[in-house]
Ligand binder design. Structure first.
Ligand code: XYL
Length: 434
């Protein structure tokens, strides 16, 4: 059965097209810097926001009209699967991502839940045989069910630690079965509300133990996906242990896990942490920890995790600059962890939203490549740090100095000369490229 009967395969028609069901900038076969857009951008559809999201918010019930919602239970799961592969094909996306609970309903116990998963995973594998769309990553939802009230791997309750491990174990098996490129850990409830009843050290040590066991099990079953931590500073807990990339990186290093993980960086999580998207990408990139991206944007006027489809071209440009400088995303991709607005409740809005996101990152890619080709920012940065290319600066970076010599140098200074940072000029130049 087809759910999007009136919508055909979305094709590239160019920036002057007025067809709402066409790409204006994303041309999968067009080469940018020697690779095709499809190869660089590696777009993914998020199963949860696209097929299970009902657009409810804390103040109101869901508004989404989804023809497949006439079903319930396993029938609904099967209908969503059918819809998913229709949408993947029509959007021509290379990847998708899901949580365990997105694809199959939970049963009355873990065994039943796993049976439901097995049924859907078997069907999914069949759909994937006839589809170009691959699994970018899967993950375990260890945050929605009330059992995770006090956390999952950082819960005070050891039974829940075990339950969480069993869900991740199953997730790793599913990832292997479906050939996932990555496996994601977003610690939805891995954090705390108040220190008054929290053993922070035990919780963090347990989280470290949990990740080591996951690494060991993936190795045991021969699942070679890249493991990814997805940082987020808050929501739902007040203090999340994976606050941002820097915090997550320190955690991984502290627990001897940094060789096994990279980061899945989400734009809206970056802004919630008080950073820009590109700050998080840069922090990961310069530490060789950039794995994948959850492509969305927040609403600065609201301030919570609104998961909007990315349309801000300035942001997509600076993000693509980091990604290109990283030499691409490797096994990662740009997953649209984004939902249509509550007012965009019709099924076709799912297409408009993805087209908007895919076009926005395609523009970002082209502009970023041009900025790199023209060495716009590189030239500025090189000039700004010139003082480290000779004299005392060169001694500092080559480790040839110490506090005695530096004091001697400082005492001999009569006047320190600075150059202007020229920020407005730089921004005006970037605007010329947009
Ligand atoms: C919610 C998070 C999740 C992760 C996967 O804020 O973005 O959707 O991407 O668990």
């Amino acid at each position: 059965m087809a759910y999007f009967n009136n919508i055909n395969k979305i094709k590239f028609e160019g920036s002057t097209s007025t067809n709402p069901y066409a790409f204006k900038f994303y041309n999968p076969t067009e080469k940018v810097g020697g690779k095709t857009m499809e190869e660089i951008l590696r777009y993914g559809v998020a199963y949860w926001h696209t097929f299970t999201e009902d657009l409810s918010d804390p103040f109101g019930k869901g508004t989404a009209i989804r023809p497949w919602d006439k079903y319930t239970g396993m029938d609904l799961a099967k209908a969503r699967l059918e819809t998913a592969f229709e949408l993947f094909e029509k959007l021509d996306v290379p990847f998708f991502c899901f949580h365990d609970v997105d694809i199959a309903p939970e049963g009355s116990n873990l065994k039943e839940t796993n049976q439901n998963l097995d049924t859907i995973v078997g069907m999914m594998k069949d759909y994937m045989k006839d589809s170009k769309t691959k699994l970018l990553w899967n993950t375990a939802n260890n945050f929605t069910h009330p059992r995770f009230i006090h956390g999952a791997a950082s819960s005070n309750n050891a039974d829940i630690f075990a339950y969480s491990a069993a869900k991740v174990k199953k997730g790793l098996e599913i990832g292997k079965e479906l050939g996932a490129e990555n496996y994601v850990f977003w610690g939805g409830r891995e954090g705390y509300e108040t220190l008054l009843n929290t053993d922070m050290k035990l919780e963090m040590d347990n989280l470290g133990r949990f990740f080591h066991m996951a690494v060991d099990y993936a190795k045991e079953i021969g699942f070679d996906a890249q493991f990814l931590i997805e940082p987020k500073p808050k929501e739902p807990t007040t203090h999340q242990y994976d606050f941002d990339v820097a915090t997550g990186f320190a955690f991984l290093q502290n627990y001897g896990l940094d060789d096994h993980f990279k980061f899945n960086i989400e734009a809206n999580h970056a802004t919630l942490a008080g950073h820009t998207f590109e700050h998080e990408l840069r922090y990961a990139r310069v530490n060789n920890m950039l794995g994948s991206v959850d492509a969305n944007q927040g609403d600065p006027l609201l301030g919570w995790d609104t998961d909007e489809f990315p349309t801000d071209l300035y942001s997509t440009t600076l993000a693509m600059y980091e990604i290109l400088k990283n030499g691409g995303l490797g096994r990662g991709g740009l997953n649209f962890d984004a939902k249509v607005r509550r007012g965009s409740f019709e099924p076709e809005d799912l297409f408009h939203a993805h087209i908007a996101g895919m076009d926005s990152f395609a523009v970002g890619l082209k502009v970023a490549q041009k900025l790199i080709d023209d060495q716009v920012l590189e030239g500025i940065v090189e000039e700004r740090y010139q003082s480290y290319t000779d004299g005392i600066g060169l001694d500092i970076v080559e480790g040839k100095t110490d506090f005695h010599k530096l004091e001697e140098h400082a005492l001999g200074l009569s006047e320190v000369k600075h150059q202007s940072g020229r920020l407005e000029k730089i921004k005006a130049t970037i605007n010329q490229y947009l």
